[in-house]
Design a protein around this ligand. Structure first.
Ligand code: SAM
Length: 207
């Protein structure tokens, strides 16, 4: 199935995106705080929750949530980032799949849960999807929610990566509805600052 999927904007960005993994490795080496998204995610669930980090990159958020004691599945299709994640966070389970390939069969085959208390999809992942797949991706993520489960998502509205799309809040909200989900909350950051025009943090649930 993954071979039939259209290339993501991340993949199409190619070498223009390669600085991401090194940048976070440097920040971590310098002792910088790179887990703000993880702290909010941790607050949204009970202890020992099942969490899917969808588009987990080099693993900074999945690794943090794993260290918090949650049962984390990280899903990341970029082979270089999968390797970096496994080196940096050896205890974090990474399935090398893209979101649209996260079928119950694939998850069962990987020995990880097929439903989750929280799906984390942060760091502009939703602005890097393959063109035209946004609703299908949101549907797929919604299908992986356990009863009462939620999705934490976030992306830049301005000043985001050059290879990512612009994803206006109204269009995103319409895609959420089309995917059978609903917006429970929107904030301007992972510290729950008020809505602004720079960044959008969303908490979604099944509609
Ligand atoms: C800027 S990185 C952020 C990674 C990580 N979430 C973080 O915050 O550190 C964007 C990520 O989106 C991932 N991505 C884009 N489209 C995806 C898809 N359809 N399925 C899974 N991951 C995807 C890329 O592979 C890349 O790792």
């Amino acid at each position: 199935m993954p071979d039939l999927l259209p290339p993501t904007r991340w993949a199409l960005g190619g070498a223009r995106n390669t600085g991401y993994g090194e940048r976070f490795a440097d920040l971590i080496a310098q002792g910088e705080d790179v887990v703000g998204e993880g702290r909010l995610a941790d607050a949204l669930v009970g202890r020992g929750a099942r969490i899917l980090d969808a588009g987990s990159g080099m693993g900074r958020i999945g690794g943090y949530l794993h260290a918090c004691g949650h049962r984390v599945t990280a899903a990341e299709p970029d082979a270089t980032l999968v390797a970096q994640s496994r080196r940096t966070y050896p205890g974090l389970t990474v399935v090398p799949h893209e979101i649209l390939a996260l079928t119950p069969e694939a998850l069962t085959g990987a020995g990880v849960p097929t439903e989750y208390d929280l799906v984390v999809c942060v760091g502009n992942v939703l602005a890097f999807l393959a063109e035209g797949t946004e609703v299908a991706v949101l549907e797929r993520l919604g299908s992986l929610l356990a009863p009462g489960g939620r999705i934490l998502a976030g992306f830049h509205l301005r000043g985001g990566p050059a290879t990512a799309r612009s994803y206006p809040p109204d269009e995103f909200a319409a895609d959420v509805t089309a995917a059978g989900l609903r917006v429970d909350h929107r904030f301007g950051g992972y510290d729950l600052r008020p809505v602004d025009d720079q960044y959008a943090v969303w908490v979604l649930a099944r509609g």
